[in-house]
Each structure stands twice: as structure tokens, then as C-alpha cells.
Design a protein. Sequence first.
Length: 442
Amino acid sequence: MESLLQGSLQGDEREMEGGSQDGIAGILKYAPGRDGPNQSEVQLATGQIGREIPAARLYRGSDLTASVQRLDMSSQPVILSGPRCFLQEPYPASYLSTNGHQPSTPDWTHTALNDVFSRRIFKPLPPKFHALALINEAFDSFHNAFPIFDQTTFMEKFTETYSLAEPSDSCSDTAWWASLNVVLALAHRFRAMRTRNAHSEDREAWGYLKNALALVTELTLLSSSLLAVQALLGMAIVAQGTPNPRPCEALIAVVLRLAQSMGLHRRVQKEGLSDDDRELRKRVFWIAYFLDKDINFKTGRPPVQDDEDMDVELPVGTAYLYMPGEVRDREIDFFSLRIGVAIIQGQIYKRLCSVNAERQSEMERAVAVRELEAMLETWKRSVPIDFQADYIGTEVLTQDLPTLLHMVIIRSTYFNSLDIIHQYSPRNTEWHFENTLRAYTV
């Protein structure tokens, strides 16, 4: 690439040195309403280009990093006169001027794109008492296993939103508006599981999800806040319950890229954060992490987050859900269980499914299969769930539905992981498999 840049610059330099007045006239003659440049304009432009030649020579001999720095000085086309006349060279705009014609450059900063995004409201917010019931239901149903938001902070912003004459005015805060609609959508999704009128609840959820999805581009391009990451992560969780995996896959990819740009995947966090803020950042990252691993197993495509490029600690404080039908002092930390099995899923992909794993010998693959089976079995023994239980035809109480749902997710994740491990077992008899392992270990 550097050689191409230098070749282009050499050609530009020869053109600048040899073009003289004819070259200047060729540039200026396209200005609307002009027959051609006068003599003073030609002399002025020739002198300025002469001053640029040493800079171009210096630029040509620099390395690629210096080239990028030079281009960064003014990489936009400079309008001399009229929309069709552009000078494409990366020179500062202050170097270029003609009599009576001030150059102008477009502002390509991200703030200049604000007017491009329309914040369309597909479904207005419900009355406060109705919204409060939905939010409490959402936190009781999903937030114990997916602690995306800090409930106290969320409720403070909720109160502030409904103190406005028109709550929909809060859409000026893009990340908060998306987050609020995501939580409302999640509440309706859980209601759909509890009621026989699922179609009506799903329609309500879709309306709020559309409010949030309308802001995906803006959240991705303009926002770099933790709340934006949380909003996009919530959308991915809602989309995960749909038959099409692509929306969830795309959203998780965006979430992890934004999280990485904020350093959520690293142990060292930015200064000035409270302990609660640090824990929240960890929780947000780890939720995105295990959803990424789930999508990786479902689609067969590589995960977005590389396990070798992260050193974030595990969350300290996690919430618990009670086991239905059990003694109430027995609790399950579904959040930590999802993290644990996701780490094993990452090892399964790396050691059995990745391109590098395809280069392994049969003995190496056999050892990997045996070790991964042992890891998964160790994790299973730490889970207070009966993996052999048959829940078909079991009557489920309404209040137990969220817990049962998370149990089903844990069970299906385990069996899916075990199935993938067995798919990569050597295609031999058990006797030959044991002898292969024995020969390799000896």
C-alpha cells in the first residue's frame, strides 16, 4: 500500500512540476461564469504550488504513518468555485485561495450527522402506572439472569421521564429512549409466555422494539456511552427469541465492538468509576460474551470476542432465582452459570471447531474431546438442576415461569455443547478411542 501511495505522489509531483500555467488554467477554467484565469490568478496559483513541491517531496519520502498524519491535515475535497470543481490533493485549505473565492470544506465530524437521523416513534409510551407495572415485571422476570441495567439508576431516569409534560420528549436522549423501550418490550415478551393471549402481547412488544430499533444506526455511529451498549444488548436479547438469528447476531457484534472501544473487555478500567459502575460494566460485557458464544454455536461462525484478547474479571455481585417446587432457601445463580458454560463453549470452538483445530492429528483431537468433556461434566456437577428431568406435560405455575425458562436455557446449552463435542470425536470404536488416548499419554 505504501508503494502505491508513493507512486501516486511521484506522478502528482511530476504533474505539478511540469504542468505550470497550462495545468493551473485547466483547473480554473471550469469555474462557472469564467472564460479563463487572468494573469494575476495564474501567478498566484503558480507560486503557491511551488511552495507545495518541497512539502510533497518530504511527504513522498516519509513512512506510512507519516503519510496518514499528512493526509489527516485536510483529507476533504476543497471546493474552489461551484460544485463540480474539486481539488483532491490533501493540502490544508489555508494554502488555497483565489481572488474573491474562499474555499470551503465539509465538516465530516460525527456531530454533523445529527440531522440525518430521524427519531421516529412507532408506539407512544404507556401511562405511568402501566409503564411502572411493566418495568417491575421485566426486572422480576429477566433481570435476575440478565442484569443489564442497574435497577436503581433505571428507576430514577424513569421517574424523570414521566415528570415531563410529554414523556415521549425523552427521546432526545437516544440511549435512554432506546433502553426504556427495550425494557417495555421485554416485559410484554414475558407476559406473552404467561398468558393465552400471546399474540396481543407480542404485538405490544414489537411496537416498543420498533421504537428502539429505529435508533440502532444512531447508537452505533454517534454514541459511545455504556447506556447505548446496554440498549443494543437489550435489543439483542429480545431478538434472540425470534426464529431469525441474524438480527441478534448483528446486534451482538455491534455491542461487543462498542464494548471493546470502551475497554469493557479489559481488567483495567478508566479512572473515576465507583465500585457499582465497575460491576455494571463487567455484567454488561459478560452478558454480551455468553450471547456471542450461543450465536457462535447456532450459526457455526466465529465468535466476535476472542478469548485471548480479554482479561476482564468475573462479576462479584450476581442475582439469584429460586428453584420452583423446591425449598425457598435454595437459589440458583443463573448468571454465573451462563458465564461458566460460555467459557467452556469458547474452548470447544477453539480446540475443535476453529480453522486451527482442523490441523490437529487424530490423537490431539481425541485428547481435546476428553478434556472438554471433563470440563463440561465438572461444570454440570456445580449446577443444582436435574438434567434428566422430563418437564413435558408438567403444569407450571405462573410465578415459576421465568425460573423454568432460565432452567431450560441452561439445560439446552449443556446438551448442545455436549453434542458438539461428540461430533468431533474420532470416528472409531470405543476400544480404539481408549487405546489412542493411552498411546498419546504414554
